[in-house]
Ligand binder design. Structure first.
Ligand SMILES: Cc1cc2nc3c(=O)[nH]c(=O)nc-3n(C[C@H](O)[C@H](O)[C@H](O)COP(=O)(O)O)c2cc1C
Length: 169
């Protein structure tokens, strides 16, 4: 699949078929995340793959979002060093993890999967559920599975609102 097609087709999916993600498909999606760039190539992240139904239920509760329990797969993307700043004063960990997730979401489209980012969750509860030790933090979670709903139309601001040239305006 062309990368532009994947970008256009990707949308948040919150309803999934009741069947597991095939092993080879999952491997390719995870590989796409592994190929993501990171600042200084430190790769200071780890993905926790959650397929266990009870654990997904606990994560759904901690995220106050029921549909998470009904997704066959949850990927929690953990930054091992979430506070280290780049020279520009921005934390590197969350940026690196976001790129990993975005690579996975696009690979998921190419594999016929749907996904949805999950940023609304209780950090401490989810860390306890997944045994994530400090100082590591879960940056985002991604739910994934074969989609059971059709994509909605993308609502986006216009290029004029989002892009400016040469100087900020
Ligand atoms: C950082 C981030 C956090 C998000 N957190 C959630 C979430 O907790 N629950 C949810 O249902 N959707 C979540 N979303 C999905 C957004 O609502 C969705 O991407 C946005 O409305 C645009 O729709 P689209 O993904 O279909 O293009 C999140 C997306 C991003 C990028």
């Amino acid at each position: 699949m062309d990368v532009y097609d994947a970008i256009r087709q990707r949308c948040s999916v919150r309803k999934f078929e009741d069947r597991p993600v095939k092993e080879d498909v999952l491997t390719r999606v995870l590989d796409a995340g592994i190929l993501a760039p990171s600042g200084r190539n430190t790769q200071e992240w780890k993905c926790v793959i959650v397929r266990n139904a009870e654990r997904r239920g606990l994560l759904a509760e901690a995220a106050e979002q029921e549909f998470i329990a009904r997704a066959p797969l949850v990927v929690a993307v953990v930054s091992l060093d979430p506070v280290r700043e780049m020279y520009c004063g921005i934390q590197a960990g969350p940026v690196d993890c976001a790129i990993v997730i975005d690579h996975m979401t696009l690979a998921a489209v190419a594999e016929g999967l749907g996904s949805c980012w999950i940023g609304h969750f209780d950090q401490d509860k989810c860390r306890a559920i997944l045994d994530v030790p400090p100082p590591a933090k879960i940056i985002e979670m991604l739910v994934m599975g074969y989609p059971a709903d059709s994509p909605g139309r993308k609502q986006r601001k216009s290029p004029a609102d989002l892009i400016c040239w040469e100087k900020f305006s």
